[in-house]
Ligand binder design. Sequence first.
Ligand SMILES: Cc1ncc(COP(=O)(O)O)c(C=O)c1O
Length: 473
Amino acid sequence: MDLQTALADFLAAHPGYDAAAIAGLRSREFARLEDLGHVYLDYTGGGLYGASQVRLHRELLDSGVFGNPHSHNPTSLAATALVERARESVLRFFNADPDEYDVVFTPNASGALKLVGEAYPFGRGDHFLVSYDNHNSVNGIREFALRAGAEVTYVPVRNPDLRLDADLIGAGLRSLAPGQHGLFAYPAQSNFSGVQHPLCWIETARGLGWDVLLDCAAFAPTNRLDLGAVHPDFVPLSFYKMFGYPTGAGALIARREALAKLCRPWFAGGTITLASVAAGTHMLAPGHAGFEDGTVDYLGLPAVTIGIKHLDAVGIDAVHERVSALAGWLLDQMSAWRHSNGSPMVRIFGPSVMDRRGSTIAFYLLDPEGDVIDVYRFESLAGQQRISVRTGCFCNPGDGEVAHGINAEDMSRCFRTPEVPVTLVDCQRLIEDSTGKVPNTVRISLGIASDFADVWRFAEFAQGFRDIRASEV
Ligand SMILES: Cc1ncc(COP(=O)(O)O)c(C=O)c1O
């Protein structure tokens, strides 16, 4: 089916899809995609910036003189004002009450997660309750918990939808004894499967004494996070995933009460009200200042204000509607593709319909005999058509292990020689050779500039594998 016919069918099925709005946005802000012939399908990896964001940022830098904040001279004050404006923009965008929430600027979501992990007051008898479905930067918090003698409990996702079992979550949450510290961490949207986990667990968990870390790095770019409606204690995110630019800025949005519970393991320039060498002591600055080590990215952070304005102008709800419609079309298509012998062409990991899921799709292609098409070869062939997809485990080993049926014994093969680091590709080959399981996945994800032509071009490319044997690719 040609693009125009497919588009007409899609529009008939999705009357709410505003084709004129996305066409205007593409030509105004993202013309480089067309000019260079790219189909960008890795928004969960990184968002794309609009042309006006870069222009406005440059104009701002050209029109002022900005010095290091933390001083009272005019150039320093000008930089401080821009940083504080960015902080206010973040709170406003997420509808966070400034009396309840504070914003700590970090280099990225991982930086925000590390701040929580290293400073959470884990001790013997305390708990870190964590979903299998998590990015490694959340998994890494377990090292702080274990070192402090706390217990770490993983709640598995289940096949085939890769959702968490509400009963298991409930049982985990009820296990916290009075007086214990408990940190419960899960993603609002999976960066692997696109599953959106229930936000109602936040209040349940907090009611049972837990501090809740809701990883919104993969959720915030295409969904409205309303911190007036839900009240997680810690929200890490990266701004480049939301609006592409700047790449060196993220945030820990934290409830002020929760932030005050954290015990920083050190102090640095900018984080103290006072430090003494002679007296050997220091006083940590209250709120965000106590967590922003050294000089913040004061020339980059104004681009966060610009990016938020841009995303506001495009409309997060409009982005959500658009990518949901496009991902729904793609899921329907992919589920229906068949080889001539009637066997399915695709295996999707996670939900194959747009119910409580975002626009991130994990899958691999199968050949007519059910053998898996090598994902790296698929990525490379897609790349030759300027189609950007992602392969690997997406730093989410828990989801990948469940999706591919890999158990602890399978994985232990990859950890037998700690002195010789094993790469992800080595590990995948080792598991494939020893178990026959193929732990490789392709991920496509949609975002602010996605349009119908993107998903159609991908669909055309992928259908080119119909009736092709895996050994011939
Ligand atoms: C859900 C999730 N959390 C955390 C991260 C880490 O983000 P960053 O690499 O920007 O620190 C990512 C990155 O892909 C993610 O998808």
